[in-house]
Design a protein around this ligand. Structure first.
Ligand code: SAH
Ligand code: SF4
Ligand code: F3S
Length: 478
């Protein structure tokens, strides 16, 4: 889930092109006051936050544009998870700075995790940004923009214990109209020693279930057929009704959302191995529309490293949770996040990680080289002592073992028929559709009959690579 340093920008940006495209668009700019452009990095929660920002801005009359060069307000919603993520943002800011020089009155704002981590540091360079707004302060954007319009720099990086934006209906940006996200909680109370998120997102808090349910119902009514419930640790979702004192846990929330309609698929991310309960697994097993797919980040296969990472489980505990998934949901696909080259990691620890991939038979993994983040427990306590070349080599070994595992997983599907929700045309060939099955496998197949995005079809799988399944429609599903 959590590494997509993609953005929603549509304009190809080679340095050379920028000037000319900008000049071409300039006449349009004069008539297009109040247009904002937002670019997002990092996890799905951050992308979903951009939709909350879009909603806040549209309330005060701003309109969204997909074209950077049309915008009066450029926002960049940033990620701090690894150094590389921050470097990408820094590069983009340099480009925006050039645009600012050419277009008087245009504002640039930094939102999200980097804004929270670096705070006023962004304001030190006078011409770089006008606004710095942390993840819990988006309601304050209209006021901050007004101040910035008057020439003052605007900053709000206050982290809240309550803010969940529960009442804000996200303005869906750049979506396929079929799949969407619902944030069910914010922040994180775990203290994984490598991780910056608790510092950039603050304390964990759960959103009230009624607004979550209303958002799911609204999505379904608007034609969406899949909702992914988002949180850094969804298994610790817990909401207490202030009137009755009753609590709603994650399994109960899943049941509520699954009850919206049998044709609304429900997914969720991310589960934490220490918190995922059998009640959650049984809930998944007993609901046809809760997808049979669990993202269960392991981080390392070595108990010694897991302890230093402060993950609060060991390799045996993790293996037991995998076995529980297989027992309760036999057709469930499991994926993971893995960090290689954490402080003091030996070849033996590394082998334990490779063994874990083979054991868990992951359908996919998001794999990263450890990147020390300033201020985290690991940065304060341990030396980042695994040389870059070793991190690189271990990462490529991990990728290799994972891709064999993914291929095996996919080849097992050949000959089987699975239900696929059609999302859109395939990127490569518009005579084909792209969708995903319950196990989150991307499935490509030729168009046939009168079905289209938002419909369920049964697809018989004929080919498989480590990344994709291919097949043919055998019948519309329901
Ligand atoms: N809340 C989720 C993950 C959030 S961050 C969870 O606990 O699983 C997404 C992933 O980024 C993490 O699972 C981890 O694999 C990776 N990550 C986080 N900090 C990192 C760092 N300092 N260096 C490299 N990878 C990191
Ligand atoms: Fe980071 Fe750990 Fe929280 Fe995930 S659970 S966001 S890795 S501190
Ligand atoms: Fe997400 Fe990156 Fe922040 S992963 S929570 S945007 S640090």
């Amino acid at each position: 889930m959590f590494e997509s340093s993609s953005s929603n920008e549509r304009v190809p940006l080679s340095e050379e092109k920028q000037g000319s495209v900008y000049v071409q668009e300039q006449t349009a700019v004069d008539t297009a006051r109040g247009l904002f452009y937002i670019e997002s990095y990092g996890c799905q929660m951050n992308f979903n936050d951009s939709e909350i920002v879009a909603s806040v801005l549209s309330e005060v009359g701003y309109q969204s544009t997909q074209n950077l060069y049309d915008a009066d307000l450029i926002l960049i919603n940033t990620c701090s998870i690894r150094e590389k993520a921050e470097d990408t943002v820094r590069k983009r800011l340099q480009l925006f700075k050039k645009l600012k020089r050419k277009k008087r009155g245009m504002l640039v704002g930094v939102l999200g995790c980097m804004a929270e981590r670096l705070k006023s540091k962004f304001l030190e360079d006078e011409k770089l940004v006008d606004l710095v707004v942390g993840p819990d302060a988006y309601r304050d954007l209209p006021r901050l923009i007004e101040r910035a319009d008057d020439g003052e720099k605007g900053m709000n990086v206050f982290l809240s214990r309550e803010e969940t934006y529960a009442d804000i209906s996200p303005l869906r940006l750049d979506q396929n109209g079929v799949t969407s996200f619902i944030s069910i909680m914010r922040g994180c109370d775990n203290m994984c020693s490598f991780c910056v998120v608790p510092y950039t997102r603050g304390r964990e808090r759960s959103r009230d279930p009624f607004t979550i349910l209303a958002e799911a119902q609204d999505l379904f009514a608007n034609g969406y057929r899949e909702a992914t419930l988002l949180g850094q640790n969804v298994d610790s979702y817990s909401w207490e009704n202030p009137e009755t004192g009753e609590t709603v846990n994650f399994a109960q929330l899943l049941r509520l959302v699954a009850g919206v309609h049998p044709d609304l698929r429900v997914r969720f991310s991310t589960s934490h191995p220490k918190d995922i309960t059998n009640e959650v697994l049984e809930t998944i097993a007993s609901h046809a529309n809760i997808c049979k797919y669990i993202h269960l980040p392991v981080q390392s296969g070595s108990s010694r490293i897991l302890d230093m990472m402060n993950r609060t489980y060991d390799a045996d505990w993790y293996r037991e949770r995998i076995e529980a998934i297989w027992r309760i949901i036999p057709d469930c696909a499991i994926s993971a996040d893995i960090i290689t080259g954490f402080c003091t990691e030996t070849e033996e620890d590394h082998q334990a990680t490779l063994d874990m991939i083979r054991f868990a038979k992951y359908s996919a993994s998001y794999m990263f080289a450890y990147s020390e983040r300033p201020g985290t427990l690991a940065a304060r306590k341990y030396e980042d002592d695994v040389p870059e070349e070793i991190k690189k080599r271990r990462l490529s070994e991990i990728i290799e073992v994972q891709s064999q595992s993914s291929l095996q997983h996919n080849q097992n599907e050949i000959g089987r028929t699975c239900e696929v929700l059609i999302e859109c045309d395939s990127k490569r060939d518009d005579r084909e559709f792209k969708g995903r099955n319950s196990q989150n496998k991307i499935t490509i197949f030729p168009k046939a009959g009168s079905v289209g995005p938002g419909d369920y079809v049964n697809v018989k799988i004929t080919h498989a690579t480590s990344a994709t399944l291919r097949g043919v429609i055998v019948a519309p599903s329901h």
